[in-house]
Design a protein around this ligand. Structure first.
Ligand SMILES: *[C@@H]1O[C@H](CO)[C@@H](O)[C@H](O)[C@H]1NC(C)=O
Ligand SMILES: *[C@@H]1O[C@H](CO)[C@@H](O)[C@H](O)[C@H]1NC(C)=O
Length: 380
């Protein structure tokens, strides 16, 4: 028996033990969760709340943990998905499964419109006459989210949308909800990486060669490049179709991959870079300037076409690297300290990451906000 321990001290001890329990749990999760699933994207920055110890000591009158959980469940904000992007449906539980996101009550049931805290509206699905927008007036507390994943080149400037929205959701870093395939930093150096077996030098998966989507720049570059080096093409442009289960194995079998964006815009850097980085292939990028890429990726993890005066010089460098294993290996030095996580590749999964992050955002943010003149922002 402990002598002379007052009731308060006992409570204090219980409180401290309880907190250290939580702390070890959190440490455990932080270290072990990311390895559980290949598809887990980087866990979100943990929200660090300051804890007032005297408030944390369990008091008899506070409800049990189960009850508290139930209560917060009911308080989750409702996110209404107005239309399914491209009609690619998925199960809402995927947000929990892939991204550990569970911060909202997700629905596509328009009957919940009047209760919905936020409505997610996919730009490409909006009709020119705006006839398929949610009804007006909207509930005063409701926020509308402008959801757009294409670049400005591929954005229809539908009139009348300028001042309807409260939040923006896109790949742009200055969007309210900015969604990217972030690399994550390793706490302990990772020395496990082995370059996969390569039997191709340069590869390109490409389906879209419709000039109206802005692909002229990359087609011009490619047509010049292919005069000097063999490029293995997969996808519709090659008259074939790459199955989703073949995406990563095929990518891994190439030394270099042409990560050519369809149009050139700030921050418009897509999964075309994340894919090769995550499997151990060097991306050759065409898109915004190198500096913009270096905002997201280590400088020596990729080759930028601007590093060379012309496609021929790039081809020569790639041919030279093909014979220099030591120099090629150095493109993966970053993997010791940084991790690229494979993204979802099944077509129906294309928008999951965006929608889940909208859910996470509205679960955490209650601020009043208005997105003034979205086009001026978007096209500037
Ligand atoms: C912690 O909570 C107690 C009881 O609610 C309060 O009296 C005290 O001022 C709080 N301390 C801090 C630092 O917030
Ligand atoms: C949302 O934005 C609209 C205009 O874009 C504004 O009228 C409304 O007050 C905003 N509502 C909230 C809840 O932020």
């Amino acid at each position: 028996m402990m002598p002379n321990v007052s009731r308060t001290q006992q409570l204090c001890l219980i409180g401290i033990c309880w907190l250290s329990g939580i702390a070890s749990c959190m440490l455990f999760l932080q270290y072990f969760t990311p390895k559980c699933s290949t598809y887990l994207i980087p866990p979100h920055k943990p929200e660090i709340k300051s804890v007032n110890i005297s408030n944390s000591i369990p008091k008899p009158e506070t409800p049990s943990k189960e009850e508290t959980k139930e209560e917060t469940k009911e308080e989750k904000p409702i996110l209404l998905l107005w239309v399914w992007p491209e009609n690619y449906r998925f199960d809402f539980s995927d947000c929990k499964k892939f991204y550990n996101i569970d911060g909202c009550h997700f629905t596509d049931d328009r009957k919940l419109y009047n209760q919905a805290d936020a409505v997610l509206i996919f730009h490409k699905a909006i009709r020119w006459d705006l006839s398929n927008l949610p009804p007006s007036p909207r509930p005063a507390f409701q926020r509308w989210i402008w959801f757009h994943v294409e670049s400005p080149t591929n954005t229809h400037k539908i009139p009348g949308l300028e001042n309807l929205f409260n939040l923006t959701l896109s790949y742009r870093r200055d969007a309210d909800i900015s969604v990217k395939y972030w690399l994550t930093v390793n706490k302990t150096p990772n020395t496990d990486f082995v370059i996969p077996k390569k039997d191709k030098l340069v590869c390109w998966f490409v389906s879209n060669n419709d000039p109206s989507t802005g692909v002229n720049t990359r087609m011009k570059y490619f047509n010049e490049l292919k005069k000097y080096i063999n490029v293995n093409i997969f996808g519709r442009m090659a008259g074939s179709h790459l199955k989703s289960e073949d995406y990563y194995p095929t990518l891994a079998s190439c030394k270099f991959y042409l990560s050519f964006e369809n149009s050139v815009h700030r921050d418009y850097i897509t999964e075309k870079v994340n894919g090769p980085l995550s499997v151990g292939t060097v991306p050759v990028v065409l898109g915004p300037p190198r500096q913009n890429y270096e905002d997201f990726f280590p400088p020596n993890s990729f080759i930028h076409i601007d590093d060379f005066p012309n496609p021929q010089a790039l081809a020569n460098r790639l041919l030279q690297l093909d014979k220099d294993d030591e120099a090629y290996r150095r493109f993966f030095d970053w993997k010791k300290h940084v991790t690229a996580t494979p993204h979802l590749v099944i077509q129906n999964q294309e928008f999951i990451i965006y929608i889940c992050h909208a859910c996470e955002y509205i679960g955490r943010h209650k601020e009043y906000k208005v997105a003034h003149d979205i086009y001026q922002w978007w096209f500037s």
